[in-house]
Structures are given as C-alpha cells and as structure tokens.
Ligand binder design. Structure first.
Ligand code: BGC
Length: 854
C-alpha cells in the first residue's frame, strides 16, 4: 500500500475533494483494493486507511502470515464482568493494539443478541439481554474511540445465528426488533456514537440489511442521528444501486464485486442510482477517513508494518480481565478455593487442560503472542503444599490440534516453508518457484493474501520436519478448501485431492478432515511435505478433471496431529488418578472448531466423551470441580454429581493464569452469567425455531428471549441469568428511590451492599423493572440498571446509586411508531441475579409520554 507523501488531505475540504474526484475514482473509493484497506487516490493525496478484526484482539491484516497479538477474553466473558469501567479499559487496550497493527479501525464490537446458545457466534456476542449488551458495547466503543480508533459496531442487525446467514430473513415483530435486537445498537449510539457500523449478512423485512433503507436511513441515520460510515460485512453486499441508495457507503472486502466502473456506470445510466447518491456516499467515506487519519497521522502515513506487543503490564491486564469474567456456579462444601489443608494432591484432567483454547473460531480468532494453558497456569501458580497430577481423560477436538510447535524447516528454523508455484497452460505447476514464506502455523489461510503475479490457479508446496517428544502412534489429519495431499518421508500419507468428502471446514467451503496413523520415534523427525492447489475436483468425477475445476473462493488447508489414544483406557487412567487424589479439576468444553463463525452447534452436549469422563471421575472422587470453556451454554448431565463448577468462557491467552487465580483463591470470583443456562435443549427459548428454514428464521419467542422466557413460562433453568457465586457473602438493603430532574423521566435507586463473609469480594447489583398493564404483552421484568460494588473488605458496606431513565419504562408502540411510557405503577426488583431479587418495591409514573430518536 503506497500512501501519498503529502499530508494535505488532513486539512482538505471534503466537498471540494468530492468535486475534484472523477466518477471512476468515486467508484473506487466506495469499494476496497483488498481485504483490509480502503482505497488511496494518489492524484488527490487521499490516503488509504487500514482496518482489522476484532473483537477479542487485533489480528492484523493477514491470515496467511499473522503478526501475533494479545488475545483477550471473548465477549460473553467481557460482559460477565458486569463492569463497564473495566470494559472501557479494554477499549483503550485494543486501541493501542490496533495502532501497532498499523490500523485505525477495529471491526468490533459484535453487538448481536445471544438468542440461542447454539449460534456459532454466541461467544462473540455479549449477552441475551439488550441492556447489558448495549451498556457493555458503549463502554467498549468509548474506550476505543477516546483513544483514536474507530469502532465498527456489528452486525446491524439480527445476525444471531450462522445457518444460511447470507440468505436468512429474520422474521420478527416490530417490538422484538426494537426492544431486543436494535436496542443494544441504540444504547451504543446514544452513549458512545460509534464512527462506523457494519451491516449483517441476512435480511429484515425480506430485504438484505446492506440494502435496507429502513434500517440504514430511517432508523440509523434519521432516527438516531448517526453520521458515520456504514460498511458491509465481508461479501455481504448483494447489489449495486439498491445498496448505494439504501446508504451502504463501503463494500467490503475488495477487489469489489459490485462497485466496478462497469456496473456502477450502468446503474447510473439506467438511473437506478444517481450522482447525488454517489457523492453523498463518497463524502461520508472521505469524512470518515479524514477523521481517523487526522487523529492518527503517524499510523496512517507510517511504515504500514504490523507489530506485536508483549509487556508485563499487558499480561497483567489480560490476566486480571480474564479472571474477572469467570463465573463460579457451584461450590458445595466450599471445595473451592483449593487449599492444601483440604487437598494436598489434585488431579488435573480433561482435553482442555493442555489445549490451547483461547477463543471461539472464525474471524474473531487470532494468532496469540503466547498461550498460558490451564496446565501451565495451574502448575506455575500452585500454592506450596499442593501437588498436581495430570491425565488427559479424553480428546474432544473436532480437527486434530495444529502442529506448528512440532515443525522446523530444513535449516532448523521454527515452522515450515511454503512455496508458491504458478500454473502453466495445461494447469500443471511450473518448475520455478514464485515466492517462499516460512509459516509458523499449520492452518494455512489464503483468502486475504496471495503473492503478486500468481496465475488464477496455482499450487503451494509446504515442507518441514515433524517431531514428537514421545515414541507413539500419531494420527495426522488434513482438511482443505481446494485440494491437498500429504507425504511423510516421501510416501503419500493422506490424499484429500482425488476423492473428497464435503465438510464444514473454512466456512463450510471445505472438506472433512482425512486422517492417517503413523508411528514417530521420540525426538526423531520425519520429513513432511504438503501440496495444495486452489482448485476443486470435478463435481462428477469426470476423466478430465481440469475442465471442471473451479478456483476455490475460500482457500486454505489445515494439518493437524495428535498421539493416538485408546478412549476407554484414557478414561480408566483418569478415573484411577482421581481415586488417588484429594480433589479433581476437570477442564472441558468446546474449541474454536466446535464453536465458530460459519455454522451453528448442532447440540448442547459437550463433544466427544467429555460427559462420560466427568461422570466417571465424579463417581470416583466427590471433590470434583468442572471448569467449562465455552462461549455459551452446554448440557451438564453430571451437574448433581460434581461439587464445583466454573464457567470460564474463552479467556484469551492468559487463560491458565486466570483460572489458577480463581481456583487457588488469589482472585475472588465476581463474574455473573450473561446468559441463562437451560436444563434441557427443549428449554432454549428459541426452540424449535433454531435454524433457518427456506431462508427464514422465525423469532417466534418474540420478546421472550433468555430469562424473560423462563420467567414467563415458569421454567426453571439450570442456572439463571445474572447468577454467580463468590468466596464471600453479601447482603443487600434498600432500595431508596429518588425522582431526578431528568425529563421526561428519571429515578435514582440507592442500594447498600455489605460484605458479611470473610474475604474481600465484589457484588453485582441488578435492577429489573416490570411494566404496569400497558395494553400489550410485556415481559414480567427486564434488566434496566446494574452496578458492581467492588472490592468490599469483610464487614465493609458500600452504598451505590443506579439510575433509571426513560428507556427503563418504555415499550415500542407499534401502531404509533414511537416509544411509549404509560402512567401507572411500575414494579422494581433488586438483587444479585434474575431469580434472586429480594428487594422489591414500586414507583408511580404520573404521566404517560411518548418519544422517538434516542
Ligand atoms: C465477519 C465479520 C468480520 C469480517 C472480516 C466476516 O466473516 O462476519 O464479523 O469482521 O468477516 O473478517
């Protein structure tokens, strides 16, 4: 990317620039040259600006050769802190991470609703509750933008699941749209004014969000006063004129599919769109670029290099943050924190103990600067007198773990060597290599990078030496979007080329993982060589393959491997260890391959034999503590048999330290559930409307998302929304209510929290409001304010003030197209979780009112 030398653009008049731009240049500006940059126009000294994913870290602009980054906890974990102040610091932290990646725009936060725990991106969304989601999102956006980096709040709106995501029409009532799905975006717009919005892939009112004038013009720009940039999700633009007319400023990614001179000029000639519209879009784009460039001239006009940052301060921040999001759900007999008086010998068991599970999968995943696994964290931080013993118990990976840490190049460098070859006219790779790169990853993703001058079809050869520490049989696996083969010591080991089975790999565009078993001697390396081409095999198995082969859209290949274990023996070994120990910590859960953008989870159950493992271990040792790594709910058929339960979510690369801090009691847990954990699959409020049918998702639960459904139906969840235990105890007293002068409505709710236990701890106070009879159905109560009383010493009390405003008493009045608050008596419920609200009273709203806007 070459930037203009002069910085004249920073002070240029945008209207004057729009006048000077040629139509072709305008068209160029409204698309992108590649996956992560806007266009520069050298003639007018307009620079390009760079963006990056988002949301739990800043990946940088290459999937192929990623610059390592700090991986933060996932969104559910962030929201579980119930601490907007801390999330503001997260925004500031991410702003610094963004700038060292030479970017000025973060593609975050994800502000969709966890309507259904099986949604592939549940982990990426803060909560099932719109007030919590919007409050946390606003804090995140403010932290970013106050430090000069544009937030791109996404996905606007109702991208709440992955199934058929580019087609699905979210069929929902106007009230559900307003009161649940738009609500967090609305709060973020009121309290933080994101500089950019990203549209979602799907449809509302049967119109794709990226070409939906009601969403982008009427609601976002006119009603909410948004004046920033609207960009599409990646390949989420589906038209030329419709999208331009509806208010989509930027098509992403590039090269543009729709905003080409041919197509846009054709639309202009046919008067499907106008020059006026084109100018409006360009002027919004330029104002946005100017804003971020003015704040960050040294980044925008800098060297473009992406850097990593790893400092003790950054590590401490991420460790603290990760621990703050952990939720203690069960602690019978005070099995936690682990103390040598009660547990001298502790077994650590489970597939995720040594797994590097730090985030969910898809665009949120990144290459971390380092990972402290639970194993590492528990060993490194073990208090004196506690001895730890490990057994894997079972595997739970969907694809075999990646092998970058086991590979070296011929020259002894860490990683393996990837060489690109062009194809000749017959489609065969030419002999001379085009370019070579050392990769420290065995997931090779080529969607956002290809070397210059490559032919449309091409081949890579990736070579290295593979070594394992232990003599054993190992399973190797190859999944691919395109075609690939693997040789070990010159012999073909896996053929995922000639015959392929379609699978979920790479956003559903790849194959299943093909496997082979091979023996490796301890520390004896074997040469591996992988060949990949970006063409798919012919659909029909025709003799002439090349004639039918089309270049793959998502290009990539993944090599994995692990020691082969006997599943029964592994469980037996773990059970034996459990019987020999005083307590057991089982670390289980999902992985980025089970919970990911691109597909939804088919079931609440933990994958593999994890349920069986937990049940057997708990039978063998009554002091069993289960730690679940997942972005949302999982089934817990063993719940009554275990003494301790910790929901850790995905904690980022400090996961092991954070877990150790909570389990050993260095941190007193204060995270709270941001989602209801259902007892049964059938209790999921959205059930049975979990997936898209013929391109439509029916939101039949309407307003009754999450705890609102459980309240309305009288269904008992496994664990309620807002719930979480502490190693100390609190009492709440109050509330006292004071009307404020805020117009048209304002009420201060004052509550006193007292720590009546023996340890320092923090309590979350939650305020729910129940509307009077307003003539339409409303949830029994809805979270409308919360606050955290932090670090109370034993015996200490703190009085906290929570404020309710007009949002707290309003519902969407569909026929009159406005928000309405009706005079009457409102119920107020205060407590530490949605099903434990001991402080109850009411207040009167004397006069009805209605409002629009924010
Ligand atoms: C995701 C977005 C992401 C974009 C760029 C899309 O697949 O839906 O959230 O920002 O890719 O990676």
């Amino acid at each position: 990317m070459s930037q203009p030398k002069s910085r004249s653009f920073l002070e240029a008049s945008v209207p004057a620039l729009v006048k000077k731009l040629r139509t072709e240049e305008k068209i160029q500006l409204l698309g992108a040259p590649d996956w992560w940059n806007t266009h520069a126009i050298e003639r007018l000294e307009i620079p390009a600006v760079r963006m990056s994913d988002g949301p739990n870290g800043v990946r940088g602009s290459s999937h192929f050769q990623s610059t390592p980054a700090q991986c933060l906890p996932c969104a559910t974990s962030l929201a579980a802190t119930f601490d907007p102040e801390l999330i503001h610091q997260v925004g500031a932290f991410l702003a610094a991470e963004t700038k060292i990646k030479s970017s000025v725009i973060l593609l975050a936060p994800t502000c969709n609703i966890q309507r259904n725990p099986l949604g592939g991106r549940a982990f990426e969304s803060f909560s099932e509750d719109p007030h919590l989601s919007g409050t946390i999102a606003a804090a995140y956006v403010n932290g970013l933008q106050e430090n000069g980096v544009a937030a791109t709040i996404k996905h606007f709106v109702a991208n709440d699941q992955e199934h058929e995501r580019t087609a699905a029409d979210s069929v929902l009532s106007e009230r559900a749209l307003r009161e649940i799905y738009l609500y967090p975006f609305m709060l973020a717009q009121r309290d933080a004014k994101p500089w950019a919005f990203m549209t979602s892939y799907g449809r509302i009112d049967n119109v794709h969000c990226s070409e939906n004038p009601r969403l982008l013009q009427d609601i976002l720009r006119k009603e909410w006063g948004f004046d920033g940039l609207v960009m599409s999700d990646w390949y989420g633009t589906y038209s030329v004129a419709e999208a331009l007319n509806a208010g989509l400023d930027l098509e992403m990614p590039g090269p543009s599919r729709w905003r080409t001179p041919l197509l846009v000029n054709h639309s202009l000639t046919a008067q499907k769109t106008s020059f006026k519209t084109l100018n409006t879009r360009v002027s919004t784009l330029l104002s946005f670029v100017q804003k971020v460039a003015k704040i960050n001239p040294d980044v925008v006009y800098g060297d473009g290099v992406e850097r990593s940052r790893d400092s003790p301060e950054a590590r401490n921040f991420c460790r603290k943050l990760a621990a703050e999001g952990i939720v203690l759900l069960k602690n019978e007999g005070e099995v936690l924190p682990l103390r040598k008086e009660k547990a001298r010998k502790v077994a650590i068991i489970g597939p995720n103990v040594k797994g590097r599970v730090i985030s969910g999968g898809g665009s949120a995943a990144l290459k971390p600067t380092y990972v402290v696994t639970p194993y590492q964290g528990l060993i490194d931080n073990a208090p004196e007198g506690i001895e730890l013993k490990y057994s894997v118990g079972c595997y739970a990976h969907r694809y075999l773990p990646t092998l970058e840490n086991n590979l070296t190049t011929k020259e002894g460098q860490a990683g393996w060597l990837c060489t690109f070859y062009q194809h000749d006219e017959s489609g065969e790779p030419v002999k001379e290599p085009l370019a070579s790169f050392v990769l420290q990853d065995t997931r090779i993703r080529l969607n956002d990078f290809l070397p210059k001058d490559l032919t449309p079809t091409w081949t890579i050869k990736v070579e290295g030496n593979l070594t394992f520490e232990k003599t054993a049989e190992y399973e190797l696996g190859l999944a691919v979007a395109g075609r690939a083969k693997l040789w070990v010591d010159g012999e073909l080991a896996i053929d995922n080329w000639t015959k392929q089975t379609k699978g979920e790999f790479f956003y559903g565009q790849g194959t299943v993982e093909e496997k082979a078993t091979l023996r490796f001697g301890a520390n004896k390396s074997r040469a591996v060589s992988l060949e990949y081409t970006n063409t798919f095999p012919p659909a029909t198995g025709a003799d002439d393959e090349k004639a039918d082969s089309q270049p793959a859209l998502m290009r990539g290949v993944r090599l994995g491997g692990a020691e082969k274990i006997d599943p029964d023996q592994a469980i037996d070994d773990a059970v034996k260890l459990a019987t020999q120990c005083d307590a057991v910590v089982v670390v289980v859960g999902l992985t980025p391959e089970w919970e990911s953008e691109g597909f939804d989870r088919p079931t609440l159950h933990l994958p593999g034999l994890q349920d069986k493992l937990i049940a057997k271990v708990a039978e063998a040792n009554s002091n069993t503590i289960v730690c679940v790594q997942a972005g949302s709910a999982v089934a817990m058929p063993w719940i009554s048999a275990v003494s301790g339960l910790v929901q850790t979510w995905y904690s980022g690369n400090e996961v092991g330290n954070a877990l150790a801090d909570v389990l050993y009691g260095n941190v007193n847990p204060s995270g709270r559930l941001t989602v209801t954990l259902p007892s049964r699959y059938e209790d999921i409020p959205a059930y049975p409307n979990l997936f898209s049918e013929d391109g439509r998702i029916h939101y039949r639960e309407d307003l009754f998302v999450g705890y609102k459904y459980f309240d309305a139906k009288g269904v008992k969840p496994l664990f309620p929304f807002g719930f979480g235990l502490s190693y100390t105890r609190f009492t709440l007293s109050g509330p006292s209510l004071t009307k404020t002068s805020a117009k048209p409505f304002g009420l201060d709710v004052t509550v006193t929290v007292r720590n009546v236990g023996l340890r320092v701890g923090s309590e979350v106070v939650q305020v729910y409001v129940g509307l009077p009879d307003v003539g339409v159905t409303t949830p029994k109560r809805q979270l409308r304010a919360f606050a955290k009383a932090k670090d109370l010493a034993p015996g200490e009390s703190k009085t906290i003030k929570l404020t309710l405003d007009k949002y707290a008493v309003s519902f969407w009045d569909t026929p009159n197209h406005c928000w309405r608050a009706s005079a009457g008596e409102y119920a107020l419920y205060v407590g530490p979780s949605s099903d434990n609200l001991p402080l109850q009273c009411s207040f009167i709203l004397e006069e009805s009112f209605e409002w629009t806007g924010l």
